[in-house]
Structures are given as C-alpha cells and as structure tokens.
Ligand binder design. Structure first.
Ligand SMILES: [Zn+2]
Ligand SMILES: [Zn+2]
Length: 103
C-alpha cells in the first residue's frame, strides 16, 4: 500500500490504513471511547491497553468500563470524509453519472 496522508489535515503520511484510521478516530471524531479499569482509576484509550494493564498490575483481566467522552484533540474535518468512505461516495456518484449518461 502506498503511504497515506490525512486528507483533512496535514498529518501523516501513514504507512498503513489502520494507523491512518487511528489518527482519524483520534483527531476527527467528536467523541472518543475510553476504558476505565474497574480496579483502579486508570483510564485507557484502547481496550487492549487496559487488558495489558490489568494483567500486569492486577494479575488477571477484569472488567473495563467503556466511557464516551468529548474528544479534546478534535479537529473539525470540515465535511471531509475518511478515504474509504470518500472513495465509496465517488464510486456511487460515478455510477449515478453513467446511469444518466447512458441512453
Ligand atoms: Zn487528520
Ligand atoms: Zn487498574
């Protein structure tokens, strides 16, 4: 895969779609889901981090409480869609156009 730059801000390039998606989730979605450890007050951006923490500090994984919070890093994408959706939208429009064009 070719390197991907964010199509909304100048971040990147990303060498994989998943890291680009992570960036999008971190910066361009208004809310983020965090996970709080049920045994202490630590919070994690990713469930796997919380599980790793629990295994390490509490010996075995317990409950992680998901919580939706306002994203403090939020950057308004100004109507720009992430790549995949953008391409899907373009394909849809192309199809629509060819439908109109064909007799
Ligand atoms: Zn961006
Ligand atoms: Zn904990």
């Amino acid at each position: 895969m070719t390197q991907t730059k964010c199509n909304s801000c100048d971040a990147g390039p990303y060498n994989g779609y998943s890291s680009y998606q992570r960036h999008w989730a971190m910066k361009h979605s208004e809310t983020v889901t965090i996970f709080q450890c049920s045994l202490c007050t630590k919070k994690f951006g990713r469930r796997t981090e919380g599980v790793a923490h629990q295994k390490k500090l509490h010996k075995y994984p317990r409950q992680l409480t998901p919580e939706t919070i306002q994203n403090i890093h939020y950057i308004d994408p100004k109507g720009v869609l992430p790549y995949k959706e953008y391409h899907r939208e373009r394909l849809r429009q192309k199809r629509k156009q060819s439908e109109v064009a064909s007799p």
